[in-house]
Write a protein that binds this ligand. Structure first.
Ligand code: CA
Length: 224
């Protein structure tokens, strides 16, 4: 998934961005209020906003209020050192979906991110399945039939994107948007390399290339 992180503290920002990238997410990191607002206005397909409240330029609560005033329902996880009950209520009233008080444990942050993404996609059942393929985004595990699969974080994220829209054809640009954030160079054939590796693990016909359009799930019923 492509996530937006708005956090001015360099150490916290880097730790959070690294942890999220380790889960296979593409992370855009804005380090002050105005650049956070610009990133939101630019219309990238973000799945989640991780928002600090005390930000230079524009306060996080204001940014959140503006977002909701536009009718944008993007899930928002507020991360802040403001931990009075009044602050939490203000954050939730302004439209935050969840609230984490600093200092927090990175594993807890990742668990909450997974829960928010799951809730946002409207799936009560966290498992994704297609044919003989099953994916558990919470545990980051995948099976083909009874066989557990060893997938890299990017391969997992790419497969998850395809499984979430099993009837859609996703373009290379759409897949890159899901896999990479700003400042992450995307090699000209990176998506192709991941697809090649996934076919090696899942079978040559598991992912179909629709010429000139993109990629979609293929035959995952019959063993290769
Ligand atoms: Ca701050």
């Amino acid at each position: 998934m492509r996530l937006l992180l708005v956090e001015d503290d360099p150490m916290i920002g880097e730790a959070v961005a690294d942890a999220l990238r380790g889960e296979g997410h593409g992370v855009d990191w804005a380090q002050d209020g105005p650049s956070g607002a610009r990133a939101l206005a630019a219309g990238a397909p973000y799945a989640l906003l991780l928002l600090d409240l005390g930000l230079p330029g524009r306060d996080g609560l204001q940014l959140l209020a503006d977002l909701r005033a536009r009718g944008d329902r993007l899930p928002v996880l507020v991360m802040t050192a403001r931990d009075t009950v009044g602050d939490r209520i203000a954050g939730l009233d302004a439209g935050a979906d969840d609230y984490l008080v600093k200092p927090f444990d990175l594993d807890e942050l990742l668990a909450r991110v997974r829960a928010l993404l799951r809730r946002a996609s409207g799936r009560a059942e966290p498992l994704l399945a297609h044919g003989r393929l099953r994916l558990d985004p919470a545990k980051h595990t995948a099976w083909l039939g009874e066989q557990p699969l060893a997938l890299s974080a990017r391969e997992f994220a790419l497969l998850q994107a395809l499984l979430e829209k099993p009837d859609a054809v996703l373009s290379r640009a759409q897949l890159e948007e899901r896999l990479y954030g700003w400042n992450e160079p995307v090699g000209s054939n990176t998506v192709e390399v991941h697809i090649h590796n996934l076919r090696r693990k899942l079978g040559e016909r598991a992912i179909r290339n629709v010429r000139g359009v993109g990629y979609t799930l293929g035959d995952l019923e019959t063993p290769d």
